[in-house]
Design a binder for this molecule. Structure first.
Ligand code: ADP
Ligand code: MG
Length: 838
């Protein structure tokens, strides 16, 4: 894997950086200590802030602009810390610590602040012993329309509906996405330009003025406190604001501090609160809301719902689980997250790590893990075939391979042999980066099934991929004297009939196909192994259907092997595929080309074409990938069909250019692919239809247009289409026009790493698992609060808690499990076959 380029360091700059690093370390040390201490001790941790601030100020002269500003802010914060010891030292320390982390200098300081010791937990309300009937009634009451919340009429209900908030429960679980700390009230002198702050003062002046050539009317004012004046400016609704406030009124103003033209600090369109006291407005929750609704109204409605209904949300987790996890009941948790107490830790609230958040998240994840554990158990106890390897075919294949298996391949093959030999159906997922050699591993598994007189079925998500597999798997099968066949939805009826007959009789031993394999009419004699390639492309339903393949209705279900090249971090995989065992092919066969990845802007297009031509002129081939098949009137995107014509006429005139996309017929696609493979076509214009499995070793360049439209994991897959032969390969990502764009920076990550797991993780962080996998595909209940990446620690804890509970009460039949069972069914409604819990 390529590492990011090192920072260019001149010796002089290096020395400055080192003294800066020393300073930052000196500040971070006591802060980290303070943050790690329990609240009672934290209050007594000494921070030599004045001395530290002085040390920092002494450094300022030598620092480059950007760092100087940041260090000056740190010093200012330290000085304030010294002069006005804040009531909530932890919050201050955390803020300071974050500023240090943002400077991002030495790696040690680069990390986020350490986790905070857990808040003390109030005893949970005794709601755990309700009867199942009571619980069901409560759950039904909460499922009523939001209109049952006071303040919500049909019109607002409709607005909420558009946001996906239909029931009272939806509203209760609609958590603030952010909290604003309005507790600290500063003096005018303490205000720092660029920050948001509250100031208490008296309106000292208020008058209209006409400005500019157009004589636009604006309202100007000022408030004053003992330390100075703060200017206020309004550009809109001048008359309204002018009448609303009067000189002499005491009020709290809140807003972003700017430097005004007159040299006075000022706020534009500040929020003004005439009722607040010197204690500020507390900690304010901020919600996603319907556009037509004001922030205040939204807040009020949610408060209303919480006040009226949160006490009726049933907490059914067993008391022992609750105590051990250190959480509180749902009613209190909801109150805490929607109406945080004044003394709350705002950073913790914003990180979704407060007691209230943790309680809601744990609750959600516990039911998830409980459901998954039950599913796993039901698989484990299901009877299957014990398939023993005889070696008759597997040894022959091993001997005839033109390459040595990697260690990872050998390890995974052994894991599979062990699974196959067990008298339960195997459900194993193999995750391996593009090119890690998953197919051959699956083939060894297939041969074991055939050694036992059974059939093997390979299912691929596209016709193209099925054909590719057939051409490789089929060749191996031929060499071993086995009967192999391809089955897709596009074959002529007569041929199809014949194939179906041969599958039913057992004459065909190994079949490769699309989802046509699991459609009605296809009967097997007896399938021992089902392989699903690129499994993330299939929904759970298809997975289930393949499980159902067994030939005779009474036969045991086959062993199932899933292959995926979209690597998912392990803890997440355990959850998403919690009912599967996971194997990792974490090693590429030796001698693989690393692919050079380059991000270009739209404006660099000529360079991109030149690079591509150079490859083609050297006898290599290339791909150009577009996000769309046809022109779209919605988006200004280039599309494959138009561009294939245009490129062939203009830039690539004289080259042999082909087009392939997902809406072409299988036979057409096949023909294009064959011509490309044979070298008859030099440049293949395509959509993501080539994303998986396509293997043309002579292709050494790929251009992805509008690359920002694709997920990083998907780009990684696409990129895997080059670098498959001996030639050095290049992948060019053409991104947005502006390099300052976030999307552009995201693409730059692709230049730095070729590690599929890293990329998947970055992608997951950016887009979340729902987008990443498609929620529908994951087959999991939707999460309302939990985030599988952010909450990975709680995910683990919940898993252990659920396993422990089931170890005591495997079928949830004990009286203590009654409430749990009711809520579990509700949460997993329809998604889980929970036959085993009745
Ligand atoms: P993927 O994991 O992306 O599906 P494939 O199974 O298509 O990868 O394998 C990619 C290529 O690598 C194939 O041409 C395959 O024959 C070859 N291959 C597999 N294992 C090895 C190995 N151990 N050494 C060398 N080449 C291998
Ligand atoms: Mg593959």
């Amino acid at each position: 894997m390529a590492s990011p380029p090192a920072h260019p360091r001149t010796p002089a700059l290096a020395a400055e950086r080192d003294s800066l690093a020393g300073f930052l370390e000196a500040v971070a040390a006591p802060l980290d200590f303070l943050l790690r201490s329990p609240a009672a001790t934290a209050a007594r941790v000494g921070v030599p802030s004045a001395a530290l601030a002085a040390r920092g100020r002494a450094l300022l002269g030598q620092l480059p602009e950007r760092e100087r500003e940041r260090v000056a802010e740190i010093c200012a914060t330290l000085e304030i810390f010294e002069r006005h010891p804040p009531p909530n030292r932890s919050a201050w320390a955390r803020e300071l610590r974050e500023r240090i982390a943002q400077l991002g200098l030495p790696a040690v300081l680069n990390s986020a602040p350490p986790p905070r010791p857990l808040e003390r937990v109030p005893p949970p309300a005794p709601t755990y012993h309700r009867t199942s009937g009571e619980l069901t009634a409560q759950l039904e009451a909460l499922a009523q329309s939001v209109q049952f919340v006071r303040g919500v009429g049909p019109q607002r209900a409709e607005q909420f509906r558009k946001l996906g908030l239909r029931s009272i429960e939806d509203l209760l679980y609609h958590l603030p996405f952010r909290y604003e700390d309005r507790r600290a009230v500063r003096t005018v002198r303490e205000l720092r330009v660029g920050e948001e702050a509250s100031v208490m003062g008296e309106i000292a002046h208020l008058s209209e003025r006409y400005v500019g050539r157009s004589q636009r009317r604006i309202l100007e004012g000022a408030i004053k406190d003992d330390t100075g004046f703060l200017a206020l400016t309004w550009y809109h609704q001048v008359a309204y604001f002018k009448n609303r406030y009067q000189v002499g009124q005491r009020c709290l103003v809140h807003g972003k501090v700017e430097m005004g033209a007159t040299g006075l600090k000022r706020m534009v369109h500040p929020e003004i609160d005439l009722d607040a006291d010197a204690g500020g407005q507390g900690v304010l929750p901020v919600y996603n809301k319907p556009t037509a609704m004001s922030v205040g109204v939204m807040r009020k409605i949610v408060q209303q719902a919480v006040g009226e209904w949160s006490g009726r949300v049933p907490s059914a987790l067993p008391e022992s689980v609750v105590t051990r996890a250190g959480i509180t009941d749902l009613g209190r948790a909801l109150q805490r997250v929607h109406a945080p107490a004044r003394e709350s830790d705002v950073a913790q609230l914003n990180a979704f790590a407060s007691l209230g958040h943790r309680s809601l998240v744990f609750d959600e994840l516990f039911y998830l893990q409980l459901g998954l554990a039950l599913k796993r158990r039901s698989v484990a106890i299901e009877a299957g075939r014990a398939l023993r390897r005889t070696g008759e075919l597997t040894d022959r294949l091993a001997r005839s391979l033109p390459f040595a298996l990697t260690n990872a391949q050998q390890r995974v093959i052994e894991e599979i042999y062990a699974d196959l030999a067990a008298p339960h159906p195997m459900h194993r997922l193999i995750q391996g980066d593009v090119g890690s050699g998953k197919t051959i591993v699956a083939l060894f598994a297939a041969l074991v099934a055939i050694e036992n007189g059974l059939q093997a079925a390979f299912m691929a998500p596209t016709e193209l991929l099925a054909e590719q597999h057939f051409s490789t798997v089929g060749r191996w099968a031929d060499d071993l004297g086995l009967r192999a066949a391809l089955l897709t939805g596009e074959q002529p009826r007569a041929q199809r009939r014949k194939l179906e007959a041969q599958l039913a009789s057992g004459e065909i031993q190994i079949v490769v196909g699309t989802h046509a394999l699991i459609q009605d009419g296809v009967r097997f004699k007896a399938v021992g192994l089902g392989v699903i390639d690129e499994q993330h492309r299939f929904g759970v339903m298809q997975r289930a259907a393949l499980r159902g393949l067994s030939g005779s209705a009474s036969g045991p279900p086959p062993d199932i092997l899933l292959l995926s090249a979209t690597p998912i971090p392990r803890t997440l995989a355990m959850t998403l595929y919690g009912d599967l065992d996971v194997s990792l092919l974490d090693e590429l066969p030796p001698g693989r080309q690393t692919i050079r990845t380059l991000v270009f802007r739209e404006s660099d297009r000529q360079k991109v074409y030149a690079l591509t031509k150079r490859e083609l002129d050297a006898g290599r081939q290339g791909y150009v990938v577009y996000p769309l098949i046809d022109p779209s009137d919605k988006a200004e995107l280039r599309d494959a069909t138009t561009m294939a014509n245009e490129l062939a006429r203009t830039v690539f005139a004289g080259y042999r250019v082909g087009l392939i996309h997902g809406r072409m017929k299988g036979s057409e696609k096949d023909q294009v692919m064959r011509r490309f493979k044979a070298g008859d076509l030099q440049l293949l214009v395509s959509t993501t239809v080539i994303e998986v499995g396509i293997d043309v070793p002579n292709a050494t360049v790929m251009v992805v247009e509008h690359a920002e439209r694709f997920g990083l994991a998907q780009l990684h897959q696409l990129r895997g289409r080059v670098g498959r032969g001996s030639g050095a390969s290049t992948c060019i990502l053409v991104g947005p026009a502006y390099a300052g764009d976030d999307a552009y920076r995201r693409l730059k990550a692709m230049e730095r790493t070729t590690d599929g797991f890293k990329i998947a993780e970055i992608d997951l962080e950016i887009r979340g698992p729902g987008d990443f996998l498609g929620t529908r595909q994951s087959g999991l209940p939707d999460f309302r609060v939990a985030n599988l990446i952010r909450d990975s620690r709680l995910l683990d804890e919940a898993r252990r808690a659920a396993d422990a509970w089931l170890a005591r009460d495997p079928t949830l039949s004990a009286p203590e499990s009654a409430a749990l069972k009711t809520v579990l069914r509700h949460r997993w409604a329809g998604r889980l076959e929970l036959a085993e819990i009745g």
